[in-house]
Design a protein around this ligand. Structure first.
Ligand code: UD1
Length: 415
């Protein structure tokens, strides 16, 4: 396991280009499996999760070629229907391939994704929807064996606007017989991006980005070229890092609307934020706490930004109450922030952060992807040199992390 050594206290200043969105690329790679032609995906982020997705495509029989930031997938002869256990364990989002495998084949076999560092993370909403579409699903010794004799369009009302379930249903529905209506659908920008990609392939989809998505099945899907949207979570993390170090930076290649929930709280915290067409600048001299951060489905404050923002609020003047409404166990970074001198008390899904003047260095461990990014934000602002272990978590979602931080003047190296 690698470690990062971060010497804190250097303001992050300069310009940074934000990578393509992990949470867009993953379902889009899954969608490419259904194409009868060749799909090219631009703005592909080089992170470990997207390489796991490529391994899954190859395991299913697709040809995948990467040239710079473009991935080309030819899945015409990809008739595999089983995701190897090892790949499923490496990345929970592999569940995203279930809908497209079932749209292409009469059966699919995957291992149950199991719980993860954020909590139990059941997939009951995915499975109930697929069953309604005519899929027979049996659970056998930790594996899901799925089969059907033709997917049928239907009305599906989600008990929670699950991002993954909405995407899996969209994938299963694009070639199903008839119309599928998803009510209480997730509205995340990544859902709209997946819909844009599918429509370029010839799918008929209305309402993506709203809570009612309607999909009319088509017999076949062609190839297409698509540029994925910028990663709003990565953008938000860098904004928190710049603010925490009292820096001054311009983030390019982003969609400001997608990070509005974060930039509006950063403004409330005293940062000077300027919004451009596809860029945001931030300058921070003084930082004050915001009273409440409540994670919510989009367009609310993203759960994925909770840890980086908590690291920031731990050195702001005043108190902040964090309420985590999406995942039941997403405060694992709190214990590590305490080691750095933060003052935080947690009970269940609520954490109270009392801002301190300075954090100090410590040896800490990244417990999950965004929690690890939060620790990096804290370490960049802290006094002294912090060692973060298990940084593989960070590499799951952040492309060229050390390079980007170094370019902005941060002192960071892999050890
Ligand atoms: C996606 C994102 C992740 C983000 C999350 C919430 C990807 C690859 N990942 O994850 O970064 O943190 O959205 O914005 O896009 N749930 C159920 N049953 C289900 C499905 C979900 O109870 O069948 C629960 C989950 O346990 C969780 C909540 O619903 O508590 C949200 O999950 P969901 O929106 O499905 O998140 P993911 O798609 O897994």
């Amino acid at each position: 396991m690698s470690q990062l050594l971060i010497e804190g206290g250097y303001p992050l200043c300069g310009v940074i280009d934000v990578q393509g969105a992990k949470n867009s690329v993953l379902p889009i790679l899954s969608a490419a499996l259904m194409s009868d032609g060749e799909c090219s995906v631009l703005n592909f982020p080089e992170i470990t999760d997207t390489y796991v997705a490529i391994d899954i495509l190859r395991a299913l029989g697709a040809k995948v070629v990467k040239q710079q930031d473009c991935i080309t997938i030819n899945a015409k002869n990809a008739d595999g229907y089983e995701i190897p256990y090892g790949l499923m364990r490496k990345m929970r989002s592999s569940i995203m391939f279930l809908g497209s495998i079932l749209a292409k084949n009469k059966k699919a076999v995957i291992s149950l994704p199991g719980g993860c560092e954020l909590g139990q993370r059941p997939i009951d909403i995915h499975l109930a929807a697929l069953r309604k579409m005519g899929v027979n699903i049996e659970e056998n010794h930790g594996f899901l064996e799925c089969s059907h004799s033709g997917l049928k369009g239907c009305e599906i009302s989600l008990s929670f606007p699950s991002v993954g379930a909405t995407e899996n249903i969209m994938l299963a529905a694009v070639k199903a017989d008839g119309v599928t209506d998803i009510y209480n659908a997730a509205r995340e920008p990544e859902i709209e991006d997946l819909a844009r990609f599918l429509v370029k392939m010839g799918a008929r989809i209305k309402g993506a980005g709203t809570d009612h998505i309607s999909i009319e099945g088509v017999p076949s899907l062609s190839g297409c070229t698509h540029r994925v949207i910028p990663d709003r979570i990565v953008a938000g993390t860098y904004l928190c890092a710049v603010a925490a170090t009292r820096g001054n930076a311009l983030l390019k290649n982003i969609c400001p609307l997608h990070i509005y929930a974060v930039t509006s709280l950063l403004k409330e915290a005293g940062c000077d934020i300027k919004i451009y067409d596809d860029a945001v600048s931030i300058e921070c001299d003084k930082l004050k706490s915001v009273p409440l951060v409540r994670t919510m489905p989009y367009p609310g404050f993203p759960t994925d930004e909770q840890a980086p923002f908590m690291a920031l609020m731990s050195i702001a003047s005043g108190n902040t109450l964090f309420i985590e409404t999406i995942f039941e166990n997403r405060f694992k970074h709190v214990g590590e922030l305490l080691r750095m001198g933060a003052k935080i008390t947690t009970e269940g899904r609520v954490s109270l952060v009392e801002g301190v003047k300075k954090l100090h260095s410590a040896t800490v461990q990244a417990t999950d992807l965004r929690g690890g990014a939060g620790l990096a934000v804290a370490a960049l602002a802290a006094e002294g040199s912090t060692v973060i272990s298990s940084v593989e978590h960070i590499y799951r979602g952040y492309e060229n992390f050390e390079y980007n931080i170094s370019e902005l003047g941060g002192k960071i190296k892999k050890i």
